[in-house]
Design a protein around this ligand. Structure first.
Ligand SMILES: Cc1cc2nc3c(=O)[nH]c(=O)nc-3n(C[C@H](O)[C@H](O)[C@H](O)COP(=O)(O)O)c2cc1C
Length: 180
């Protein structure tokens, strides 16, 4: 099973979530071949060979970072060809979190889902029964809040990273059932 985890991260928080998701995947599927890439360095071939595509982004002004959108727009060529149909997709995001989960983290994850669905992919959400859901889960995917309670920069919490590991393990479990 080939997994691509592509994300953008300026300050390392979203990358920590990517690493945690990869670690969780390895727990439930030790043979998974996992490639972690920055969105900007992701080639279309990385998407083509992946059975499972996981996209992650920080929230920038209420939506995804431009680097993630740039990858999505580049991949429009694959939509023309239907190349990604039937692949599994999952998402995660981090936000500063002033006032809660982050201004825009949920809509950002939904917009990543919209792109997957446009490609005809199968979206793997984050069920509330999974460990860590209350600390770093939203039904759309894993999230981390990287600001403190006043909105000043801090870091994603260990609990959010544990939730991301739990989500990674779940994505791999689903993939083992669905990927031939
Ligand atoms: C240009 C810019 C815009 C941002 N806009 C938002 C925002 O709209 N909502 C939010 O919750 N956080 C916002 N943030 C905070 C980041 O989403 C947050 O710090 C994130 O965890 C950074 O991830 P990174 O460490 O992977 O770069 C913004 C940060 C930057 C640099």
């Amino acid at each position: 099973m080939n997994v691509l985890i592509a994300c953008h991260s300026d300050y390392g928080n979203t990358k920590k979530m990517a690493d945690a998701i990869a670690a969780g995947m390895r727990v439930s599927c030790s043979t998974a071949d996992i490639t972690l890439k920055s969105a900007i360095d992701t080639a279309l071939d990385d998407l083509v060979v992946a059975d499972v595509i996981v996209f992650g982004t920080p929230v920038h002004m209420g939506s995804m970072a431009w680097q993630m959108k740039q990858l999505i727009d580049r991949a429009g060529k694959l939509w023309m060809e239907g190349t990604l149909e039937g692949k599994l997709g999952a998402v995660f995001a981090t936000g500063g979190g002033f006032g809660g989960a982050g201004g825009g983290v949920e809509t950002t994850m939904v917009s990543l889902h919209s792109n997957f669905l446009e490609h005809g992919m199968i979206v793997v959400g984050f069920p509330k029964s999974l460990p860590g859901y209350a600390d770093g889960g939203l039904q759309w995917g894993a999230y981390g809040r990287s600001g403190d309670h006043t909105g000043m920069p801090a870091t994603v919490s260990d609990a959010a990273l544990a939730a991301a590991r739990s989500y990674g393990a779940y994505i791999a479990e689903v993939a083992v059932k669905l990927v031939k």
